[in-house]
Design a protein. Structure first.
Length: 634
């Protein structure tokens, strides 16, 4: 795990930007605190910050060349099956200088070129320069676990693990208003777009190539879901469980390879408990890590984490947090974010990563299971909406009355009313529109009202709707629930969940591995019928059943709690002046001319009213954006 950056110069003007390579490399220092490497020739500059995991010696330093000197690689990630791949290469007579997976990856590319990607089991973003052809090859892993930003114009191509690094090359910064419009709805920016015009994310499962002939990009992987294949699957449910368990156990075992201390995140939920239980079977001294919430006992799940740790006899550490702990890290986190990202669960993720890094360098997590197996409340809502019944008729009848009742996420009853109203509105929509409505925190109309007339004029709405159609293209039926999960895997997982973990963990040089996102596991799960994953009584059905004998009985069929960061309390307390007098102050909003002063004023008024609804989520998105904008634009 590392940070990478580089520049491919097309002409003399592009070469002039190579002077920024050392600074761009230093901008990703937190991703790789163990070593720094920079290499340049007339046309290319490659930078690397190393987090040493496999072969921690100087022999595995990057940028790394092959024996001929023709090829040079910078690589971020881990290739879990590198030892098997190495055996094949050794049979070809290749002599290795290190025991690293980086060198194996380099020679795999030399031998197989783009086809090497199909052989890799791992997560990665890497670049390989071919000096003979003066060409650059870039690739990103199948599910977008590792980021890869790309910017190219007439003079140069830039790439990096982090937007901070891209901006260090001195490119012109222009706000992408289409991304801003999406961000105000989703609280994150869906790839390939970013908040800076011209900077793109290489899509998960894609590679790119640049040479004197130009720039191209292509997909090498997509989730192999076909409704017809699922309907023809004759495997019994018992056999499905056995098959899944084998794949997950193999995936975890692959991800235990490291030359540094390794542990697991253990929340007390099903997903992380399964990963921890399997890991413990292969690692006697396994360390597990949880966070608890002293001020929020309803959300504190350390009791369940302790049960699991006791069952598996792990070296368990609980980091017990207060709301003050969360608040104290707030501004550190805002500085960490390289482009606006407003999922507030990033705050506890940041602290968990920071404290875990003081014990280990690698942590396994249960991320991806909710998207794969249908673990979210919205999944139950979608299933219910697709199933005709009296409840839906009742909600349609009485739903309009709910809009008059005060609603908030900060009270049990008022939150239920908020959810019921949103459910009722979704029932009226077709499948694609319902998915979008339940994936967003603000509607398109609400987001548009927040924008200044200048921003609206700069917003290409036809391009926005074309991009939105692309994001929802996997939903083609009104009845196929698997299509909703596939869309989650393509939209929510890489742009929200994985982005959050990457940003917050790499801020502390902690590598987080995600066994549920082994492509063999993912492809198998998408061959299973919906009934194996969810029914009206249970979510993540097959995952729970496959590992039922392993885990404490108390873990099963508990309500999914998550964690609500107390944003509303902060906004009405310690952050009130930041909202009223600084980032969302009337004078600043008027001078900035990105947001509409009247709409921002109405939103602040709603925030401090008895009926805040989701105002605090939108306010948080605006704070994150404004902090970022001041840092880079003002």
């Amino acid at each position: 795990m590392c940070g990478i950056t580089g520049i491919y110069a097309k002409n003399l003007v592009g070469k002039m930007h190579m002077i920024n390579l050392p600074n761009a490399t230093d901008k990703i220092a937190r991703r790789g605190p163990d070593a720094r490497g920079v290499w340049m020739n007339d046309h290319i500059g490659l930078g690397h910050r190393r987090l040493s995991i496999i072969d921690v010696s100087y022999l595995a330093a990057q940028p790394m060349k092959d024996a001929s000197g023709r090829y040079t690689i910078v690589f971020n990630g881990e290739i879990y099956n590198y030892k098997l791949l190495k055996e094949d290469l050794l049979n070809d007579g290749i002599a290795f200088s290190s025991t690293s997976d980086t060198e194996v990856l380099l020679y795999e590319y030399i031998k197989y070129k783009t086809q090497c990607l199909e052989k890799l089991n791992g997560f990665f973003a890497f670049a390989i320069y071919d000096e003979l052809e003066n060409s650059l090859f870039l690739a990103r892993d199948r599910f977008g676990i590792k980021p890869l930003y790309i910017y190219h114009d007439d003079d140069k191509l830039l790439f990096a693990s982090d937007m901070h690094s891209i901006l260090a090359y001195g490119i012109e910064k222009q706000l992408d208003f289409q991304s801003l419009y999406s961000y105000l709805q989703l609280n994150y920016t869906p790839a390939p777009d970013t908040m800076i015009a011209g900077v793109k994310m290489l899509a998960p499962g894609f590679f790119a190539h640049i040479s004197a002939q130009g720039y191209t990009s292509s997909a090498y992987y997509s989730i192999g879901y076909e409704a017809q294949n699922v309907s023809q699957n004759q495997e019994s449910y018992a056999r499905q469980q056995t098959h899944l368990r084998t794949l997950v156990e193999e995936s975890v075992q692959r991800r235990l390879v490291a030359d540094v201390p390794l542990g697991t995140f253990l929340s007390g939920g099903i997903d992380s408990s399964i990963i921890s239980g399997i890991a413990r079977q292969h690692k006697a001294d396994l360390c597990t890590f949880s966070i608890g919430y002293r001020d929020e006992p309803f959300f504190d799940e350390t009791h369940y984490a302790n049960l699991v740790a006791k069952r598996f006899q792990t070296n368990h550490t609980v980091f017990s947090l207060t709301n003050d702990d969360l608040y104290e890290h707030l501004f550190e986190i805002l500085d960490t974010i390289d482009q606006p990202f407003a999922d507030s669960s990033a705050i506890p993720t940041y602290i968990l990563s920071k404290r875990t890094k003081s014990h280990v360098t690698v942590a396994l997590s249960g991320d991806g299971a909710d998207e794969l197996f249908s673990g979210y409340n919205k999944h139950s809502a979608h299933l219910k909406a697709m199933t005709p019944g009296g409840f839906n008729a009742l909600i349609k009848t009485f739903g309009p009355w709910l809009r008059h009742i005060p609603k908030s996420r900060n009270g049990s009853i008022s939150n239920k009313i908020r959810q019921a109203e949103k459910y009722g509105l979704g029932l009226k929509l077709r499948q694609k529109d319902r998915y979008w409505a339940w994936a967003t925190l603000a509607t398109e109309d609400q987001a548009l009202r927040l924008l200044h007339p200048n921003s609206k004029a700069a917003l290409n709405q036809s391009a926005y709707f074309a991009a939105k159609r692309g994001l929802l293209s996997s939903i083609s039926s009104e009845k196929d629930f698997n299509e909703l999960l596939l869309t989650d895997m393509q939209l929510v997982l890489p742009n929200d969940m994985l982005r959050k973990v990457d940003l917050m963990s790499m801020a502390h040089g902690l590598e987080v591995r995600v066994p549920f996102l082994d492509h063999q596991v993912v492809d198998y799960v998408f061959s299973l019928p919906v009934s194996s994953k969810i029914n009206p009584h249970i979510r993540k059905r097959i995952l729970q059943d496959a590992f039922r004998d392993m885990l404490p009985a108390e873990l099963y069929n508990r309500p999914k709690k998550g964690f609500e960061v107390p944003l509303l309390k902060w906004f009405r307390g310690g952050l009130k002046s930041l909202i009223a007098d600084d980032l969302l102050g009337d004078r600043f909003i008027e001078q900035q001319q990105i947001f509409d002063p009247k709409a921002i004023g109405a939103l602040k008024k709603q925030l401090f009213s008895m009926n805040p609804r989701d105002a605090h989520a939108t306010i948080w998105a605006l704070i994150v954006f404004q902090w970022w904008w001041k840092k880079y634009f003002e």
